[in-house]
Design a protein around this ligand. Structure first.
Ligand SMILES: Cc1cc2nc3c(=O)[nH]c(=O)nc-3n(C[C@H](O)[C@H](O)[C@H](O)COP(=O)(O)O)c2cc1C
Length: 341
């Protein structure tokens, strides 16, 4: 209520990234202040907690923060206070990066969606992992890793770059997500190429490690390609999947095409990708036959859209764009309203 009637009208006056920076500032302040955490918890915490156990971790409830909101790990305690059952930090990369030139985040209010081409801006694995070393979270902490956004890093160097972040992340994370589906880097989505994914997982050697390791797919992954990628991941004993990342396509949109072309490239998130994302979850579920947990993400912004994702096969859910349009009240609403399997 407070968010939609008071804060959102002010925040939406700002450019999308400035609004995000403000939200991060408030969340980071809350992260270090027990008093603000108490306040956040009074305003937004509570609700029905349906506990889940996956990978030996206890999820207080199945609603998590998706990667991209907190790329530098400055807000996890604040997110716990808001009522999330888990948080995913990142994407972090081996080297720090300023990301792509601004503007790089845009709202599509008619579609309750966003387009972003942030380009993996983050402070780099060393600094972020150091920051998270002494976290006192009581919910699982996921760290999402990607390749440094620098097209001069390719081939074996690109694989070493990922491995560096993985080795760092696993020292503090409860689970690590390998993001092979970022649409916003110069070289596109090379790690969704089956041979390259194989080489990457060979080096990362997830089954030789104790940290649960997940792979995150794009919403644009066609069923045939998905089958091939899952086959590879399963041969490396990947522990679970995150479906899905944003879309490079422009489907299911009411926003005028002139506006879309003035925005240009970027990953589409939010309500517009909900149906396609459900399809990927459902295909994944059919392929895995329920053998591995799936984190469903993409266009969850209501009880109905969350329920569709669960019914498609998601064991846990994550939200990002829904938070922008609905505010943190969405977390409790989903906890109270969704029937989890
Ligand atoms: C501004 C923005 C930045 C994002 N950055 C990342 C990222 O760094 N790594 C990642 O795996 N996903 C990233 N995502 C994708 C989200 O984690 C999520 O997969 C996608 O937005 C679909 O969920 P949603 O519709 O709830 O936003 C980002 C999304 C947005 C909107």
């Amino acid at each position: 209520m407070i968010y939609k009637s008071l804060l959102k009208p002010i925040i939406f006056q700002k450019d999308a990234e400035e609004a995000h920076d403000l939200a991060l500032k408030i969340s980071s302040a809350t992260n270090t202040s027990p008093l603000l955490q108490e306040l956040a918890s009074i305003l937004y915490g509570g609700g029905k907690n349906v506990e889940k156990q996956f990978w030996g971790l206890n999820f207080r409830n199945p609603i998590g923060l998706a990667a991209g909101f907190d790329k530098n790990g400055t807000t996890p305690k604040a997110m716990e206070a808001l009522g999330f059952g888990f948080v995913e930090i990142g994407s972090i990369t081996a080297q720090s990066s300023h990301g792509n030139p601004k503007p790089r985040a845009f709202r599509l209010p008619e579609d309750k969606s966003l387009i972003n081409r942030m380009g993996l801006n983050n402070e780099g694995a060393d600094k972020i992992v150091e920051r998270l070393k002494h976290h006192n979270l009581s919910i699982p902490l996921g760290i999402n890793i990607a390749k440094t956004n620098d097209s001069s890093i390719h081939g074996n160097a690109a694989i070493s770059d990922y491995v560096y972040s993985y080795e760092k992340a696993r020292t503090v994370a409860d689970y690590v997500t390998i993001n092979i589906s970022c649409p916003n880097t110069g070289e596109g989505k090379t790690f969704e190429d089956p041979d390259i994914l194989k080489s990457l997982l060979d080096e990362i050697n997830p089954s030789g490690n104790s940290v649960p390791t997940l792979v995150k797919f794009s919403v644009d992954t066609e069923i045939k390609a998905l089958r091939k990628l899952v086959e590879i991941c399963e041969s490396f004993n990947i522990d679970g999947y995150v479906a899905t990342n944003t879309s490079s396509q422009r489907e299911y949109l009411n926003t005028k095409s002139s506006i879309l072309s003035s925005i240009g490239n970027g990953g589409l998130s939010g309500s517009a990708i909900s149906v396609k994302s459900d399809e990927v979850v459902s295909n994944l579920y059919a392929m895995l036959k329920g053998s591995k947990p799936i984190i469903g993400v993409g266009g969850v912004d209501s009880i109905e859209s969350a329920q569709r994702k669960v019914d498609a096969g998601a064991d846990l859910l994550q939200i990002y764009t829904g938070l922008v349009y609905e505010g943190p009240g969405l977390i409790r609403k989903l906890k109270n309203g969704v029937n989890f399997r």
